[in-house]
Design a protein around this ligand. Structure first.
Ligand code: ADP
Ligand code: MG
Length: 434
């Protein structure tokens, strides 16, 4: 099992800021703000942020491809202001109020969580009451603990309980698995992380041992089910995390297959950042009298300074190099469109003396993880990534996100820039424009 920490986290939405957008050089200097929520400051506690909002695409941009001539570049310019509204959130509960085992509370404290986030505050009591739940919340709002904490309690009350957690990406599965281990410390409770791109033999062996939590991506989970390594009739609880992303990524048939093999008498927890018609249909077919909870707070976290850089006739890598030489570009995540383009850009940066690595679909899981690890441990200045590979990753203190290639959709843009500006800090995002 991998023991790496990739946290998932907030994405922030832009806010329109008028037409004064064509600057040759990025300039920053938005107003600062207070961190959004109390955050544990214990050693080893969480440094990741939450409190970001993930606004879906707004205006005419949603789902549309960025045609060069129709591009509204003002969408890529924003002075960071950290929202006030989230600072006023008063949870109804404390972690100590929840009717969960005291040992779990110790682990929560150990993790450094002082008080529940809004989604945790609202959802945990319903999950504890064995209800089906639909949680609509932006990325970075603390959904992982919202379902892990009550489900760990469920297993403590019944050690034969089996729980399936389906997520869209390998990184997200690993991240949830890592968090599971923190919250279940000393509780003799085990998980198996079942993702594609990792050796299946090991997963098959681990599945034969005692475990309560299976966390994985739909494709690999289906594969394991078909090999009879997973008996879904034993699973009375299922979590679909980031269901909208699973749909986007074409996992619909695998998801439906997995659910169809589970008992009808079960608890289903469904999380999504958006609620399209397709998603609502899934909710209707998978859940029974669900409690719906939405904590989408407003539209913008505005915690990311956003600007554009006009490349013009200059060489794009030269422009990038000039930026990377500036001292504050200490931990930079760069997005490229294609796997090959990402690899080429990484090679070009290495050749120019920048400590760089890449993550994309042509790399196997262990190489991706190693690259992320180096980035997290501050051994790299630059990580170049594709959208899919970077989905959900939570690396704290990313100083800049650079859109070297334009994102395909506004929603991708929001997702990309949400990798910075976390934990109440201001982030900076720069988008290259021809
Ligand atoms: P989501 O799944 O909604 O995108 P995560 O569960 O990945 O969000 O949480 C985002 C970040 O916020 C993580 O770094 C996590 O450790 C942190 N976090 C979650 N809940 C709390 C809490 N109650 N107090 C402090 N930090 C929290
Ligand atoms: Mg999550």
């Amino acid at each position: 099992m991998q023991g790496k920490h990739f946290r998932n986290g907030s994405a922030s939405s832009t806010h329109r800021s008028g037409g004064h957008v064509f600057r040759a050089k990025p300039s920053f200097g938005g107003r600062g703000g207070k961190p959004s929520f109390n955050r544990g400051s214990k050693p080893g506690g969480s440094r990741g942020g939450y409190g970001g909002n993930r606004g879906g695409g707004r205006g005419g941009f949603r789902g549309s491809r960025f045609g060069q001539q129709f591009m509204d570049v003002s969408k890529f310019v924003n002075k960071a202001v950290i929202t006030e509204e989230t600072t006023h959130f008063k949870p109804e509960h404390n972690f100590t109020d929840f009717k969960i085992d005291e040992k779990i509370k110790v682990n929560i404290l150990q993790k450094g969580y002082n008080e529940p986030t809004p989604i945790q505050d609202k959802v945990i009591p319903h999950i504890l009451a064995n209800q089906d739940v639909v949680g609509v919340a932006n990325t970075g709002t603390g959904k992982t603990a919202a379902f892990l904490i009550p489900l760990i309690d469920k297993v403590m009350k019944n050690r034969t309980e089996k729980i399936l957690i389906m997520v869209p990406t390998r990184e997200l599965a690993t991240q949830i698995d890592d968090e599971f281990r923190v919250f279940s410390r000393m509780l003799s409770m085990f998980s198996v992380c079942c993702v594609g791109g990792a050796p299946i033999g090991r997963q098959l062996a681990n599945l034969r041992r005692t475990n309560n939590f299976i966390i994985g991506t739909p494709g690999r989970l289906k594969d394991l089910e078909e090999r009879k390594a997973l008996n879904l009739s034993q699973f009375k609880t299922v979590v679909l995390d980031e269901a909208d992303r699973m749909l986007d990524m074409g996992f619909i048939h695998d998801m439906k297959y997995m659910i169809s093999k589970m008992p009808a008498e079960r608890q289903t927890l469904f999380f999504s950042a958006t609620m399209s018609g397709d998603i609502q249909n899934l909710v209707k077919s998978f859940l029974r009298n669900p409690v719906s909870i939405s904590v989408k707070t407003g539209d913008t976290a505005k915690s990311v300074d956003q600007d554009i850089v006009r490349v013009g006739p200059r060489n794009k890598v030269d422009v990038l190099q000039d930026l990377l030489r500036q001292t504050d570009f200490s931990r930079v995540l760069i997005f490229g469109k294609t796997k090959h383009g990402v690899e080429r850009l990484k090679d070009a940066l290495v050749a120019r003396g920048f400590k760089s690595e890449s993550i994309h679909g042509n790399k196997n899981q262990s190489k991706r993880q190693r690259a992320l690890d180096l980035f997290k441990a501050n051994h790299l200045q630059v990580l170049v990534a594709t959208d899919v590979a970077a989905r959900g990753i939570d690396v704290s203190d990313i100083s800049h996100v650079i859109n070297y290639d334009l994102p395909a959709t506004y929603e991708d843009y929001i997702h990309r820039i949400g990798r910075t500006g976390r934990a109440g800090k201001k982030g900076k995002a720069i988008t290259f424009i021809d």
